[in-house]
Design a protein around this ligand. Structure first.
Ligand code: GTP
Ligand code: MG
Length: 505
């Protein structure tokens, strides 16, 4: 091997099985070898490939980062580099093998240089004991969130954008938690321009891949939209499932959709997101689509769905949604004729909209400290003094960069907002991002052409806010403050509502 390598000026490598048989030969260039793709062993399966890879290096130098990434990626038994001396004799030998997970520990151990006469290690005994150790550490592994662990990745343009990036990552963590995914680590990279293929640079992505394996994370979630080409390029580097923020949100929506219409809307949004990403022969695409943990959409959407079927299904879903929009329109007409004023609660997700609806109207809409708990509108009656009555409706929460497909899928539900005589815009008064959140909500309201409806800003969770700050915010926004948890705080809100609804009379 060494002689041939020297003659050719190329690296040569052998895959050797545990019986000592050479199963494949690979030839590279002077500085690296592209290893064949063997299909995937899941990192969580604590097995080795039962193959070692022995290759030449034209200089006696340690294993390169590519080598070590291959070791981890392919879960090889061992990766060996044999240096070649100028006269074609074996020089320094380096080898590396995987290490069982340890807290913050290294993923592999590299040893060397050895000269060939010094190699006394009993390879089979070594690999046998390593496999035992892996099995033991597997038993000791803590229980994971039901859909596994994830690494979150965000690219910030400059140091100046880091605080904003951190807030965005914090929100992404909340989304992951809501989806049932445990966050293993957050990765923030500063680079002036996103890499056109890998978003982070390729080297950084390889590091992230190694971290994912180290952390036993099966999912990598990017805080940015990933296009079809990017998804494919990224999938070639990592074995983890790769999804973007939109898919995570879609996944949450799929879990939270209860009504027939809600499910149709979410499935439509998922298909619209998938469609441009379908059609590649690459099997890796199945890891880029569909929900976390192999979950499917709420409807019959299969991850393997073909482009044509997806298009047909979209048409069918749109048709069914149109039908339900018609009956919804009839209900709206009836309500309009009855002349009962409608007050719609809107706001950023988790601001406390449903809690407020419940407290105002003594009802029991589901409330949870998670994002996007409410997907279906719920309407309840609220009686004011002097026999006056209104209907209060709760709506799906909004979020920054709400996926376009999701907005359009929910258009029918959101159209009801047009009937409101007043919008209560609920804000989490204690959230450091509250002003950003307000402008995101207003941007979405503008997209929905609802800005002409009178709006009342309500700073909720007053109990969690700093009192001085709260007073300042109230003045600045001419908002009222409440704590949806205690009805004693409602008087100013009820007063302003009454004033706004019945002032004309
Ligand atoms: N401390 C405090 N917590 C509140 C208040 N209002 C709501 N919460 C909590 O905030 C969390 C979210 O409340 P929800 O009413 O589900 O919020 P939402 O706006 O309907 O959220 P989505 O439907 O998920 O968009 C829950 O854990 C509530 O108990 C409040 O005034 N004070
Ligand atoms: Mg809600």
């Amino acid at each position: 091997m060494c002689l041939l390598s020297r003659e050719l000026g190329r690296q040569i490598g052998l895959f050797i099985d545990r019986g000592g048989q050479v199963t494949q030969v690979a030839v590279g260039d002077a500085s690296r070898i592209e290893l064949p793709d063997f299909g995937r062993l899941r990192a969580s399966e604590r097995r080795f490939r039962a193959l070692r890879f022995v290759h030449t290096h034209l200089r006696s130098e340690p294993l390169s980062r590519d080598d070590l990434t291959d070791l981890v990626r392919l879960r090889l038994d061992m990766l060996v580099a044999v240096g070649v001396s100028p006269d074609g004799l074996p020089g320094g030998i380096f080898y590396a093998h995987l290490l069982p997970p340890s807290p913050g520990g290294e993923l592999y151990l590299q040893e060397g240089p050895f000269n060939i006469g010094m190699l006394r290690e009993d390879f089979l005994a070594l690999i046998g004991s390593l496999e035992e150790e892996f099995a033991r550490s597997d038993e000791a592994r803590p229980v994971r969130g039901k859909d596994g662990r994830a690494l979150l990745v965000h690219v910030a343009r400059s140091q100046k954008d880091v605080p904003e990036a951190e807030r965005s990552l914090a929100e992404l963590s909340e989304l992951a938690r809501t989806a049932g995914v445990e966050v293993a680590e957050k990765v923030l990279q500063v680079r002036p321009k996103k890499d056109p293929l890998y978003l982070v640079g390729k080297g950084k992505l390889e590091d992230i891949n190694v971290r994912a394996m180290q952390e036993d994370a099966q999912v990598i979630i990017f805080d940015h939209e990933i296009g079809a080409n990017q998804a494919r390029a990224i999938a070639a580097v990592t074995d983890a499932k790769v999804i973007d923020r939109t898919q995570l949100i879609l996944d949450i929506f799929a879990q939270h959709a209860h009504s027939v219409e809600g499910k149709l809307q979410v499935e439509l949004a998922q298909l619209k997101y998938l469609l441009p990403r379908l059609g590649a022969k690459d099997d890796s695409l199945s890891r880029l689509t569909g929900g976390i943990g192999g979950r499917r959409g709420p409807g019959e959407t299969k991850i393997e769905i073909g482009k044509r079927r997806a298009r047909e299904r979209i048409t069918r879903l749109e048709k069914r949604l149109e039908d339900s929009a018609r009956s919804r329109e009839q209900r709206r007409m009836k309500r309009r004729r009855a002349g009962v004023p409608i007050v719609s609660i809107v706001g950023y997700t988790n601001a406390g909209k449903s809690t407020l609806l419940n407290a105002l109207t003594d009802s029991t809409v589901q409330v949870e400290n998670k994002l996007f708990v409410t997907l279906d509108t719920a309407s309840r009656r609220l009686r004011f003094p002097r026999e006056r009555e209104i209907v209060v409706t709760d709506t799906v929460g909004f979020i920054r960069d709400l996926p376009k497909d999701l907005v359009s899928a929910f258009k029918a539900t959101l159209e009801e907002l047009a009937d409101a005589s007043l919008l209560l815009h609920i804000i989490d008064a204690g959230d450091p991002s509250r002003f950003d959140q307000i402008s995101w909500v207003e941007r979405i309201l503008a997209d929905l052409e609802l800005m002409h409806i009178p709006r009342l800003l309500v700073l909720n969770k007053a109990d969690l806010a700093e009192p001085d700050q709260l007073r300042e915010d109230c003045d600045r926004l001419s908002a009222v403050s409440v704590s949806a948890l205690s009805k004693q705080t409602f008087a100013p809100l009820l007063h302003r509502m009454e004033e706004s609804i019945w002032r004309p009379q």
